[in-house]
Design a protein around this ligand. Structure first.
Ligand code: URA
Length: 215
């Protein structure tokens, strides 16, 4: 895990397996099917890192030799929230790791000025829950910041929110961290910049289109 001196809450997961898979995802010749599989696999690897500090509970079990209070993830206290639509490609992987987590959805689309327009919010009870927001791309940072706004409006405290993405642009990270200092942002790569259409360069193109095979 690497940090960038400009962004104190940004964590870059530079594990070789993650980087290798991301390279295949960036390659324009990678098929929709492979892109989807790779996103799932990267999310599993990233999920392993970002869940390091999750709260544990214990459960009484009998091993063949002894009864013990053994550690288990306090799963009901977790929620995974994909930002629609590309975030779904990551939430599936996270759910494989944490099958008992609740799942919320935040739907936003980009208006002409690249600002997010909200069209759907469905969330589980907020009470004491840790929320993992996911969206593969943090480009302008507006949608990511908006998704955190949605949670905070419902009363989720900063320290109970984390955001996981695949690729981010510095411009987007700047917007995100100015809006929500203290919210940890995990990415596989901090890319160079945004182009004039707010695409991440070098990026991987439109994550939603590549994931679902749309144009
Ligand atoms: N959304 C994407 O899917 N790709 C980008 O490069 C920017 C925003």
């Amino acid at each position: 895990m690497r940090q960038d001196p400009r962004f104190p809450d940004l964590y870059i997961l530079d594990h070789p397996l993650i980087q290798h898979k991301l390279t295949h995802m960036r390659d324009r010749s990678t098929s929709t099917r492979t892109f989807r599989e790779l996103l799932r696999e990267i999310t599993l690897l990233m999920g392993y890192e970002i869940t390091r500090d999750l709260p544990l509970a214990t459960r009484l079990i009998d091993t063949p030799l002894q009864q013990i209070e053994a550690p288990v993830i306090a799963g009901r206290k977790l929620a995974i929230v994909p930002v629609l639509r590309a975030g779904v490609g990551m939430s599936d992987g996270l759910l494989e790791l944490i099958p008992s987590a609740r799942v919320g959805h935040v739907g936003v689309y980009r208006a002409e000025d690249h600002r997010p327009v909200e069209y759907l919010v469905k969330l589980p009870d907020v009470e004491e829950r840790v929320f993992i927001l996911c969206d593969p791309m943090v480009a302008t940072g507006y949608s990511a910041a908006h998704a955190v706004d949605v949670l905070k409006r419902r009363g989720v405290p900063t320290e109970h929110i984390m955001f996981v993405a695949l690729v981010a642009a510095p411009e987007g990270v700047e917007v995100f961290q100015r809006a929500h200092p203290g919210v940890k942002l995990f990415v596989a790569s901090l890319d160079s910049h945004l182009d004039e259409h707010a695409y991440i360069v070098p990026g991987l193109g439109d994550a939603g289109d590549r994931l679902f095979g749309t144009k």
